[in-house]
Design a protein around this ligand. Sequence first.
Ligand code: ZN
Length: 441
Amino acid sequence: MAHDALDAWLDQLEADTAETPTLREISERVLQTRHALLSTCLEAVIRQRYAQALQQTDAECTCGRRLFRRRFDAKAVSTLHGTITLHRPYFYCDVCQRGVHPLDAQLQLSEKYHQFDVQERTTRLGADLPFGLSADQFAHLTGLSASPHFIHDTFNAVGEAATMERVIPDAAAIGRRIDEARGDSTRRPVLVVACDGAMAPTRPPGGRRKKRGPGGWREAKGVRVYLLGKDQRVIHVASWHQIADKATLAPAITLLADRIPRDRVRIALVADGSEWIWDLLCAHFPDGEQILDYYHCAEYVYETARAQYGEGTLEAQEWAEATLTRLCMNALRDVSGGLLRMTPRSQEAAEAIRTFSIFLAGQRGRAGYTELRRRGLPRGSGGIESANKLICHVRLKRSGAWWLEANGNAMLRIRCAIYNGTFDQLFADYMAAHPRKKADT
Ligand SMILES: [Zn+2]
């Protein structure tokens, strides 16, 4: 069957191409026509491996009764290698009033037309590109078609399987990354736990008839954990981000604290000024070194310098450098005192000075960046905000779209899983939760 298909396909290919086609012309022609060949091959493998199941005349019901084949049912299934039609034996139990196609379970068929191989690829594409563009790229690269609507629906269904327990790597995976970071060093590697928020564009739900309300920016809270390997190389461990109230970050921190072997690493806690984040981090990692994110600090310094002394002036530059130096020496009291003594030159400057003062209040002991460096600890999380943007928000903010909170969160969970290296396991969970419906009488 497959050999005949190959012969026919080669003949057709020869007939379709010019006398002296370029490599690209041949390649494009192969891409467009290969499904005719490959779907036949795929079908041939199924026919060979499942010869018995395809001809099965009797089966056992879950109730123990012996069932006899009622008929063959045709089902068209779309795969990465084209569409084939399966004619599967159908059984029905009169007592249980339940029908079953045993082959579907053996092949682990999806109840959808596009099977799990297609669903996995389109979900990965959808995590990076808007759904319309995902459909275009999928068609372009595979010669197959899947609608943006299908990609979106599947994506959200996979997102449901992406629970926090699944998205965050398990203890064994975290342990392996710690081994990698440690290498042949005798010192325990530094493990950074960094918390931050980033704004995500959301919209309220609305129906076809009901006009939906205006969109708004909501904060997505997140935590990122990574290790510092040799030469301060960053080894990603875990990311978890959700558009949610601050209370919902707590279970993620709890889960992480549970899975991180704290005796095998030196823990550095990095966050911005919010006191509730510090409380949360310190409660779960009491031995962690507390570090006020340098990049957040620096933003306040430059903003205050600009407001008080003017954009790009020498005065502004000098003040910013002096202030950052003091912060590096952990002289927060001097910086706060200096801010108090400043005479604001404008309303804007007064506001900037006030905001910076509030930010610094209560942060004593969390700056000392020079000392941190001496001890091999980071001074911030490499700009956790830019890391967050890259890992999570680049897709949410991509097309100027406004996200329903549930869909935005599904997107964040799947993107985190891809970066965390846990996507394959969670896709397996999704497949197990979405088998072909058993009762289709
Ligand atoms: Zn039965």
